[in-house]
Design a protein around this ligand. Structure first.
Ligand SMILES: [Fe+2]
Length: 292
């Protein structure tokens, strides 16, 4: 879900891409995809933005088995000009941003083992493709992803990648959206996780706060467990507009002296959808504290 670590590829191109090697998947690999797909497809329709379900249909991702990236890219290209390319694992920030800025989404090609059904340290093809790709068929979200990549390249020059990475985390990975009176899921880290798809919407523990770009770029995040705060956007159009129209340079400068906010901080100016009990997180920390 993150792209911050680097690992030297043994045999990758300069842009780190490798062939998907679709024919190398075993029947067990495809069966794993189908298991994960069936579980999420059964519970998501009432929870995820309809645009996500539309994306599954448009891209024919309902077809059994791990998708062939070249077929997926053909459909995506016709729709929004995006492609899906395989990489050997997490790639350097610059490579990641460069691909996004050119409307290429990089994805892992391996699939988790049955033991990893609910927890993964590195994103696999189910997270990357099921989680991220359907919304790339949505024209506005597709433009947002490109704008984020372009912003990433600028942030790198300004030494502000850590700030900008929080925007990705709290939108692309763990974003919620308001639709009418409902909150809905759209973040890939949520929709590719059975547990978090329930937790993020239904559990009284986490905060659900209105999206505020500057505030969010000050907010730490959890990489090891469910989020303690989620941020709710008003629409994909608004998210794209803010990302494109905001001049990030002065924002980064203004944030230079500002202390980071903890994952559960509430500010007086926050727009609160849910004031979380944080009961889940407290339970987890207590257990951890008891470890020798
Ligand atoms: Fe991800």
């Amino acid at each position: 879900m993150s792209h911050i670590h680097e690992r030297a590829p043994a045999s990758a191109a300069a842009d780190w891409t490798i062939p998907q090697d679709w024919s190398a998947y075993t029947p067990q690999d495809h069966a794993m995809w189908d298991t994960l797909f069936a579980r999420q497809a059964a519970m998501l329709p009432d929870r995820v933005v309809p645009e996500f379900m539309d994306g599954l249909d448009i891209l024919r991702m309902t077809k059994p088995g791990i998708p062939d990236f070249s077929e997926l890219s053909d459909r995506l290209m016709r729709r929004t000009g995006w492609q899906v390319v395989a990489v050997p694992g997490l790639v350097p920030d610059r490579v990641f941003f460069e691909h996004l800025a050119n409307r290429r989404f990089v994805t892992g090609r391996f699939i988790r083992t049955p033991e990893q059904l609910d927890y993964l340290e590195e994103p696999d093809v189910f997270h990357d493709v099921f989680g991220h790709v359907p919304l790339l068929a949505h024209p506005v979200f597709a433009d947002y992803m490109q704008a984020y990549g372009e912003g990433g390249l600028r942030a790198e020059r300004m030494g502000a990648i850590d700030r900008l990475a929080r925007l990705y985390w709290y939108t692309v990975e763990f974003g919620l959206i308001r639709q009418g009176d409902d909150l809905r899921l759209y973040g890939a880290g949520i929709v590719s996780s059975h547990g978090e798809s329930i937790f993020a919407l239904d559990d009284p523990s986490p905060n659900r706060l209105g999206f505020d770009l500057k505030r969010l770029m000050r907010t730490k995040y959890r990489i090891d467990d469910y989020q303690q705060s989620y941020f709710v956007i008003d629409s994909f159009e608004d998210l794209l507009r803010q990302t494109v129209e905001t001049d990030f340079a002065p924002l980064y400068h203004a944030l230079e002296g500002a202390p980071d906010l903890e994952v559960d901080t509430i500010l007086p100016e926050d727009r609160i959808y849910t004031l979380g009990t944080q009961a889940y997180a407290r339970g987890r920390f207590t257990k951890e504290d008891r470890l020798p």
